[in-house]
Ligand binder design. Structure first.
Ligand code: CUA
Length: 313
């Protein structure tokens, strides 16, 4: 798959240059080897090996030529790497949050809500991602852009790109981060400038109708990775199933470890989304669920609850 960024095309050129250089030397060395095998083969049983006392010209030659070749590879690689790692000053800043096991994107330069699962960017625009993890080590990789960078807790990392072709491309997590690492993927949607205007205005990109609160809630449930731990069909998983959860009485343990009985309502769900450790249903590990405090708006939490309420027999 060819790259959709100019810098990606240059990364490919470095790689192709190195591959062809290796092919050339592999073939050349083996041709000489085979030629010498015949030319210097033992011609009679009593033929003795002539001892070699060293050859300075030869040694200098086979030291200098490979050194020059390696320096060419280094120089060619480092100039492309430098451009790949240096975001242009005019790049649009987008914030990335990685957490077990989903991606969220915030657009501080635009007055619009964040998106989850899909990163939206305009075509032919310099974009800089400033990234941080909420929990463990992740790594954001966009194969078609030929760029990736680790996403870690306690410090920001960044990468940049300029996609020159509209379309939808894959985002993978390439740092083993636990049970659902393999499904921690997302999309980059490269929009035309016209679609971008609609996105900035928080209107549906394809001109279709807006989603209902229930549909939004269902989408959040998938996009935010809730489905990784909470089933909707009653089956057990890392977290309690959401089937028939609304209105259910649960035995929970608070942060001090005291047991109490609560009824699952809007307040309990909101608290558990923002502060998962506050009241943990008995029998579940309090350290599994990441906090979504500050990441989901009140409206989004309300959409999720609307969806959870529908999960009944
Ligand atoms: Cu996140 Cu692997």
């Amino acid at each position: 798959m060819s790259s959709v960024t100019d810098i990606g095309a240059r990364v490919d050129q470095v790689q192709i240059f190195i591959i062809w250089m290796m092919v050339f030397w592999f073939v050349a060395c083996n041709a000489v080897l085979v030629y010498f095998m015949f030319k210097y083969r033992r011609k009679s049983p009593d033929q003795k090996v002539v001892p070699l006392k060293g050859n300075h010209t030869l040694e200098v030659t086979w030291t200098v030529i490979p050194t020059i070749l390696v320096l060419i590879i280094f120089y060619y690689g480092v100039i492309v790497w430098h451009d790949l790692r240096t975001p242009p000053d005019d790049a649009m800043d987008i914030q990335v949050r990685g957490q077990k096991w989903s991606w969220a994107f915030e657009y501080p330069e635009l007055n619009r809500p964040s998106t989850a699962g899909t990163l939206y960017v305009p075509v032919s625009t310099n974009v800089k991602l400033t990234m941080k993890s909420n929990d463990v080590l992740h790594s954001l990789f966009i194969p078609e852009f030929r760029t990736k960078e680790d996403v870690v807790p306690s410090m920001y990392t960044q990468l940049w790109f300029n996609a020159n072709k509209t379309g939808i491309y894959n985002i993978f997590c390439t740092e083993y981060c636990g049970k659902d690492h393999a499904v921690m993927y997302g999309k980059v949607h490269v929009l035309t400038l016209e679609e971008w205007e609609r996105f900035v205005a928080d209107k549906p990109i394809d001109g279709s109708r807006e989603l209902t609160p229930l549909e939004k809630g269902e989408k959040l449930f998938t996009d935010r990775g809730c489905a990784g731990c909470h089933s909707v069909d009653g089956s057990t998983n890392v977290g309690p199933t959401f089937k028939n959860i609304f209105g259910r009485e649960e035995e929970v343990l608070d942060t001090a470890g005291s047991a109490l009985t609560i009824t699952v309502d809007e307040n309990y769900l909101t608290e558990s989304i923002n502060y998962p450790k506050a009241k943990v249903v008995k029998g579940y590990d309090p350290n599994q669920m990441p906090s979504f405090a500050g990441q989901l708006s009140d409206e989004q939490i309300s959409n999720l609850i609307t969806y959870i309420k529908t999960l009944k027999d």
